[in-house]
Design a protein around this ligand. Structure first.
Ligand code: GLN
Ligand code: ZN
Length: 766
């Protein structure tokens, strides 16, 4: 007998991104909705079967989604804003996609729901919007259908739901504000979950997993009460027939563990990867209800390194000192790791054996569960355990002494740019001669099929480097000409030479490894393929200098150089686990610093260092913000740019708007200008900028690039006026909210024309 095993969630995009491909084909009119449904069904079956074959006991269902599981939850609760209901589509999928992406067509013109990052991951969820008219009730049958679909294949699954507490904490009202949890709302939501449980009891589900990741955040007054009142109403619906696993991840729940334990869940899922010390201490302090099984989340769902079995077994043992009822689980959903290492045929087996993607993690889970119940003799005889131990015993990769040497010589002065920003901003105004409300973009322009095909040809050796470079130069030329024509002030070269803002840099840095097929869902059908930090990092050679210098030579406008910052490179890579994130970020900072100084020497006057992912990895608990992250992440950014001349303007860009709480830390990055997302989220950050006397000049995105919708000039003009209510006009930049590479040219250029026209119109009114 081995311990019960449970997978919290499995990637749904498919081994070869089948789901992405069919949905995008459907959006383009090249596939039918039935084609989409058929592919989705095949993928679900494949994923269930593979977990069943591996010997997993509790296999998740309803972890599948066409776009996002939070959106599915909103739809299940009938939280569908009027503007989408009014479109009156024939198929529920059409409504779903309109909520996810906005809709512009015969039936109307509506914006999408806001999108935000899912806790500290690079996955984005759609923010449910509860209107006064929303009638919360069970809507649709998705979770039941998927459960039955698996059952028909002979597989009993454990349905997975996002829990009511997390749902309510993340939902917003139609003003994008936190909602008020009045009794009626709480009751209505709890009633739906109770109904769902009752239905699953009837369908014969043994376990239902309810995910409450929001429990790992600090509690506000009323939160614990809210949680308790929801579950007091929901749990009786089990009726002795179905067990409820309350699952948590991305951190610890030490502050509510006692409450959770007293509520009498059948299972409590704890993350023993992130927040393991606190979770363990809480279990030791408060014990475990005799009817409750602790699901020990030991298999990391967020990184791709092999599990260290000895460590996992130690954690399980520690729990077993408290309770005999311990199941073995993934620490979070496996949604955040790629499908299988099988796809990485180009990597040396000696390297590959250090990695475990979703499929391999499922295997690890089963092996760990077996070992957890094995006797000492059995453990000694275990080939799996020995092979695993061997991975961690030897040195995986030699250290680079030159990197260590450079780091050891840094002094405090290396982290401070001179002179002070206010002084620099004056000098830059003279040097750059830009109008008020300068217009610019975030860097990339549409990566068309043609561009991707040409890069593929080059990679396969079908065209020469000269031919490829000529092609890219033509793209740059055309993009510059077009930007000049529509009247943008600060131009970009378009980033056509880059496949991805992180991978492209990684490819030109020592210490990185790359995968062929290790895709991870970022939002909707968008996937990313993070590189792997394998060894010590340094710059092999100049990376962007030639392209930026070429682009600058083609225009009299200011050409902005484009770099990715160290924090983002690390956050969007698979980091090493043998040295700290701080150490890895410093190594990266020095590498990018070399590039900044080379760009400046090549005549580039404005350099943007993207820190798109800085906010994303902000620890979930406020007490950890500085000591575990900002205290080294912010100085690392300063190290990148502290060596430039006062007149060189340093920009940064961030893919989020929620930094009101860390506004002073953002200012402390000491950039001259920041652009950030504001159009799809709320504009609360503008108040924060105002209240903090934010020194950095700022471009809050004036339209949403994550949707194919074209914003009107009037709409953008209105947005600029909103911004000007809160910011000094001298400090405002006008830009979209992110890079344009995922968009098509057809929507990009009209949108930018509207942006420039709106900026000009407002300038004329000043
Ligand atoms: N410069 C990058 C681009 O425009 C920034 C992308 C991002 O923030 N995700 O594509
Ligand atoms: Zn962005």
């Amino acid at each position: 007998m081995s311990a019960l095993t449970s997978v919290s969630g499995f990637p749904r995009i498919g081994q070869n991104r089948e789901l992405k491909k069919i949905i995008e084909a459907y959006w383009k009119g090249a596939a039918s909705l039935d084609d989409v449904r058929a592919t989705a069904k095949e993928l679900r079956a494949k994923h269930w079967k593979l977990q069943a074959a591996a010997g997993v006991d509790l296999i998740p269902s309803n972890d599948f989604s066409y776009y996002d599981q939070m959106l599915d939850t909103a739809i299940l609760l009938n939280v569908i804003p009027q503007r989408y209901q009014r479109l009156a589509f024939d198929n529920p999928e059409e409504t779903l996609f309109a909520m996810a992406r906005g809709y512009q067509g015969d039936k109307g013109d509506v914006t999408a729901l806001p999108m935000k990052k899912w806790f500290t991951t690079n996955y984005h969820y759609l923010v449910p919007e509860i209107e006064p008219s929303t009638e919360i009730k069970l809507n649709g049958t998705k979770p039941f259908d998927e459960f039955n679909e698996a059952k028909a294949l002979g597989i009993d699954t454990k349905p997975v739901l996002i829990g009511p507490y997390t749902f309510l904490k993340l939902a917003r009202n139609d003003q994008a504000e936190e909602i008020e949890y009045d009794k009626g709302l709480v009751n209505a939501v709890a009633t739906v979950y109770a109904e769902v449980l009752a239905k699953f009891a009837e369908l014969g589900a043994e376990w239902v997993q309810i995910d409450e990741p929001y429990l790992v955040l600090d509690k506000e007054p009323g939160d614990v009460e809210l949680f308790k009142s929801l579950y007091a109403k929901i749990l009786p619906a089990r009726d002795g027939k179905v067990k409820v696993l309350l699952n948590t991840y991305f951190g610890h729940i030490a502050d509510v563990y006692e409450t959770v334990n007293l509520l009498g869940f059948d299972g409590i899922g704890l993350d023993l990867n992130e927040g393991k010390d606190e979770n363990l201490a809480a279990v030791q302090q408060y014990g475990v209800n005799s009817a409750t099984t602790i699901f020990a989340g030991v298999v990391n769902g967020r990184n791709i390194w092999r599990n260290n079995y000895a460590v996992s077994l130690g954690l399980i043992d520690a729990l077993k000192q408290v309770t005999p009822n311990v199941a073995v689980s993934t620490a979070s959903s496996l949604l955040h790791v790629p499908f299988s290492t099988e796809g990485e045929t180009a990597l040396d087996p000696a390297v590959l054996k250090h990695f475990a993607f979703a499929v391999e993690k499922v295997g690890e889970l089963v092996e760990i569960a077996k070992l957890a119940d094995a006797s000492d003799d059995e453990k000694k005889a275990s080939a799996e355990l020995a092979a695993n131990q061997a991975l961690f015993d030897g040195t995986r990769v030699a250290a680079d002494p030159a990197v260590a040497d450079r780091l050891s010589k840094l002094t405090d002065a290396d982290f401070v740019r001179q002179p002070a920003r206010a002084e620099r901003q004056k000098e830059q105004r003279v040097a750059l001669g830009l109008p008020l409300l300068p217009t610019t973009t975030i860097g990339s322009f549409p990566q068309t099929k043609e561009i991707r095909a040409e890069r593929a040809r080059f990679r396969k050796g079908e065209i020469t480097k000269e031919a490829y470079d000529t092609f890219i130069k033509e793209q740059i030329d055309a993009c510059i000409k077009h930007q000049e024509e529509i009247g943008l002030d600060v131009l970009v070269h378009g980033e056509f030479e880059r496949n991805d803002m992180v991978e492209y840099f990684g490819q030109n840095l020592n210490g990185f490894l790359f995968t062929k097929n290790a895709w991870v869902q970022s939002y909707g059908t968008r996937c990313v393929k993070p590189p792997i930090v394998w060894g010590d990092v340094s710059r092999a050679k100049p990376i962007t200098v030639e392209w930026s210098a070429y682009a600058q030579s083609r225009t009299n406008h200011v050409m902005k150089g484009m770099l990715t910052g160290p924090v983002t490179i690390l956050n969007w890579s698979w980091p090493r686990e043998d040295i700290t994130h701080e150490q890895q970020t410093q190594q990266l900072a020095l590498a990018i610093r070399d590039e900044v100084l080379d760009l400046e020497a090549a005549g580039i006057k404005v350099i943007q260092i993207d820190e798109a992912a800085l906010r994303e990895k902000l620890p979930l608990r406020k007490t950890d913000w500085h000591k575990k992250y900002l205290d080294w992440a912010i100085p690392a950014f300063r190290l990148v740019h502290s060596g430039v001349k006062p007149t060189t303007q340093i920009h940064t860009h961030m893919c989020y708007s929620e930094f009101n709480d860390i506004i002073r830390d953002i200012d402390a990055m000491d950039a001259d200008v920041i652009s950030f997302e504001a159009s799809r989220g709320d504009l609360v950050v503008l108040d924060a900028i105002h209240d903090a006397n934010f020194e950095t000049e700022a471009g809050p995105g004036v339209y949403d690039i994550h949707s194919p919708r074209i914003p009107s000039e009037a709409e953008i003009e209105e947005r600029i006026h909103e911004i000007l209510k809160k910011m000094d006009v001298e400090k405002v930049w006008i830009n979209p909210d992110c890079g344009l590479k995922t968009r098509g040219n057809a929507e990009t250029w009209p949108s930018l024309e509207h942006l420039v026209a709106a900026a000009k119109a407002v300038r004329a009114q000043l």
